[in-house]
Design a binder for this molecule. Sequence first.
Ligand code: KIV
Ligand code: ZN
Length: 391
Amino acid sequence: MTKHVIQFFDTTLRDGEQTIGVNFTVDDKIEIAKRIADWGADVIEAGFPVASPADLAAVRRIGQEVTNANIVGLARCVKKDIDAVTEALGDAPNGQIHVFIATSPIHRDSKLHMTKDQVLDRINECVSYAKQAFENVEFSPEDATRTEWDFLARSVQVAIEAGATVINIPDTTGYTTPVEMANLFKYLQQNVADFDKVTFSAHCHNDLGMATANALAAIENGATRIEGTINGIGERAGNTALEQIVAIMNARQDHYSDYTSNVDMTKTYDLAQFISEKSGMGLPNNQPLTGSNVFAHESGIHQDGFLKNPSTYEILTPESVGRTRSTLPLGKLSGSHAVVNRLEQIGFRVKKEEVPVIFRHFQAIADQSRLVSNEQLRQMMNDISEMKVAN
Ligand code: KIV
Ligand code: ZN
């Protein structure tokens, strides 16, 4: 059976750079784009060329230098924005354009001051105009998830008739829920005549912590492209963390056996560290896949299970995301198995009958420390052997 290839559209350099305090240099942008392409993203949104001459120049360089992914520039449904993308990427080997206009009532009335018909006309005009310069045109109805569903379907159909090859459904404010996203995609499948002629994509924000779940709901209901960023950086609470979608498809092959991707998951950890360093946004200790705690086990029951079989408490191996090994940090909840295991790793041979005494000493130290270091363990073993000599 042929699998659906889920395309990964990375917008770390565009939506990710809209994170407060994040400002990549041009050289960083080139290096980031290269690494994201090597990780296996199919499409990279390199920036918003109309925003500034510097942004345009950076998008242009990425379009010329990064040839193993499609490179996209963002434009509002405005002629000068589309012209800026054409100037940046019109002659790039894999250049594409992404045009957007808001469709929801709140954006139409309060921001754009446009009627529904005016929005439809603008979609038709701008997609047709973009199509003159690019074969591949992605259209996004901004704030799609707060748009009336019948009007959303009409907007999408107009974009397809004007030449759009990709329709992206943004949950701009992170408002939707997984069930609602699933139902919205089902509705679009049934109510957009040309649904099957184009690629459908989902772009989710994380305001309510649902960006990953909402993206999965889209995949399960017809989306074959997911937009997001590495580490989930982005406006406000950020975007879907693309590495999480890859890992879910991998860890839950039982559920996602019909899907595959071009991503090499083993490059995830290095890429995440690199983006963290360049964005200045540290990875929380409990960040899924890449945080310092996520392949470490401190409590005694977990350490005992892990030592017997790592799969008792780990659903992915650290190696699968490019990390070296799991750790068993020693703290006050750790058990004797893990203590003995660590002592053996650092060169001590522990006899069975010595374990109760050693463990009592360990607990006394652990009660006073957040984590017990190898140095403290060596000192402890030294103290125990001196006590034996004195007795
Ligand atoms: O969140 C959003 O709606 C966007 C669009 C430009 C796709 O980033
Ligand atoms: Zn966005």
